[in-house]
Design a protein. Sequence first.
Length: 482
Amino acid sequence: MPATNDVMPVQVLIVDDDEDDYMIIKDMLQAISYPVVTTWAYSYNDALAHVKSGKFDVFIVDFRLGGKTGLDLMSDAAQFHSDTPFIFLTGAGNAKIDAMAMKAGATDYLVKGEMNEEKLDRSIRYAIERSKVIAALRLSETKYRTVFENSKDAIFIADSSGVILQTNTVFREMLGFSVEEGGSFSIADLVTTDHQKALLNDIITHCKEIKDLETEFVLPDGVIKIGLLSISCSTNEKGDRFFQCFLHDITELRKSERNLFQAEKLAAVGRLVRTLAHEVRNPLNNINLSIDQMVELITDESLLTYTEIVSRNSGYINSLITELLHSLRHTEINIQRRPVHDIFYAAMAKVKDRLDLKGIQIKVALPPEDLYVNIDLDKMTSAFLNLLTNAIEAIDHDNGIITLSAERGKDAILVKIQDNGMGIPAESLGRLFEPYYTTKRNGMGLGMVATLNILQAHNATIEVRSEEKKGTLFTILFSIAA
């Protein structure tokens, strides 16, 4: 409401090049029920100077101001971030001008020939109250925008069909793209599995809600992230549905948990293996000593065949124990700053013959600038050799392709090894780095354990994506070398 007698009077700027009209309006304002202080601006430039002052509660403006109009004044006022409401004065029967004024944002308009104290009082009251409501809405919007943009979680708004309309800064940073870049991107496009896509589509169709759905999503650069997705369905004032969505990134948490679990599992297996090695090698040594004694005492050469079998298998058992202990032993490394392509070409040289024999094409994709990592080249070559060997063995057709690539991510160097082989079954992915787990007929299940051991010694992490009959992608993340 406008001011009363015990508060500050309403400050009104009257912009009209006709002094007689100004005096008429001023007299009307003096007759209304609350105190009003009027100021006259007789020209456009004079009015603009008063607008800049920011001291007025309402502007009453004649639409015609010489070569300018009230719309021009309102447009210039907006450049000074003025929120003061405009009431336009127009001529009788000029509906087109009235419509233009309201469309441009004028609070009200009055026809000069029909204006009286009551209409002027009502118009000013309405203009000031509406201005307060708009100011409150803008303040609320500013607070909402502050929370929206400064949240540590990705926040986004989607329409009734699930198409994402608006995102905050964290969303754009987390997922590496913005919906404003073009194209239609749905909530369901965030997830990777068919099951979760179907679940989200059902939520969108039936306006349901979901809280903390753990989901895996892939960034445009191929990096895999894990988040907790929460969706709530709401309705706006028009009755249209929309979805408010929150995505909390737990990638680092899950990586830490996985790395800790793998380290603890390897440590436990290491302790078990060392105990077993000690318990097995003691009787194994006794067996070997006894065999050596028996060979000296046997006179029937036909019996030597049996001692040779025992000796040969004892040696095989001993070599298995040695290899297992070696794969689980803490890796001593000699760190040097090396370009990534050194690893590629060193590993490729060791598998060249196998690639040629199977007719597999190998492609290398590197950026123009060298990407440097801190590694022990020999150890890392051994790790990549295991990965390349697995890729070669996974290809069972004549159009085999293995791609080695590297790129600079936001916080790491991403190195990828991708093949178009048979892929890894979903039930095997979780056991890929377990000692002695293998799907190969003659495999020992130690190659991936040794690879993980080497990567962990370099503080590198490895991620795996695979689809049966389509191929496998290993992504290794190295810290960027200084």
